[in-house]
Write a protein that binds this ligand. Sequence first.
Ligand SMILES: Nc1ncnc2c1ncn2[C@@H]1O[C@H](COP(=O)(O)OP(=O)(O)O)[C@@H](O)[C@H]1O
Ligand SMILES: Cc1cn([C@H]2C[C@H](O)[C@@H](COP(=O)(O)OP(=O)(O)O)O2)c(=O)[nH]c1=O
Length: 237
Amino acid sequence: MRPAWPGKQSVTKSTGRFITFEGGEGVGKSTQIHRLADVLRRRGHDVLVTREPGGSPGAEAVRHVLLSGAAEEFGVRMEAILFAAARSDHVEEVIRPAVDQGTIVLCDRFMDSSRVYQGVTGNLEPQFIRNLERIAIHGMVPDLTLVLDLPAESGLRRAKARESKDATPDRFEKEELSTHEMRREAFIELTQKEPDRCKLIDASRSQDGVALAILSAVEPLLQQTGETSAPAQDQKS
Ligand SMILES: Nc1ncnc2c1ncn2[C@@H]1O[C@H](COP(=O)(O)OP(=O)(O)O)[C@@H](O)[C@H]1O
Ligand SMILES: Cc1cn([C@H]2C[C@H](O)[C@@H](COP(=O)(O)OP(=O)(O)O)O2)c(=O)[nH]c1=O
């Protein structure tokens, strides 16, 4: 974890890492998170794969309310607060304890999804989003955020092909193509604003190509504690 709370960080030295995956619908986050987890486990790391909204029992309960659209009629502020409540529980119950024990935590979506979905396309004031974020993450800023980038249309096509024929798109998937494109641009912009934390990954390539780009972005983070780099065969999973 980055030292968002310098005082606390100097007391507890952890070898764990917190890596988040972000991007639009169907860009390949879930596919790539599991591939990276396999590679890291083969290298002997303890790895935890988790996701948002959800990842802890309390947050999973809130996930259903959010993705079913049950909270939609109460407005975007209500939804943003629910995402933050779920995040706070997930951070305190799952992510922070795991990182403190030396685990590499890989999380499918985190605070940047709220910045983009509720902040940019939900039109909520940046200060409101920042305040919620501060309370929800309580210093747990990701060490690295991999932003998978793909034209929105391709991502939606992939997501549609993944789902069963009868599945209905969730609360956020069902929105206009222009909204999805706006989110793509917002993810690119936030990557440009925080280049140390966020790396943009071209997700239009083959799954192997994307996996290699992700591994190249992750390796420097592992090497910061002098950990070994992968043998060549690790890079194909
Ligand atoms: N690089 C890729 N090229 C083509 N299809 C892909 C690629 N990566 C993932 N997919 C497929 O696209 C669909 C969506 O991928 P998924 O990992 O579930 O995306 P996300 O978690 O971002 O919604 C899945 O059916 C997956 O197999
Ligand atoms: C974490 C998070 C997710 N979301 C949205 C993005 C997705 O549309 C949805 C999560 O759906 P999910 O099916 O888990 O993810 P994905 O689309 O990545 O396969 O919730 C927000 O709007 N704000 C948030 O803070």
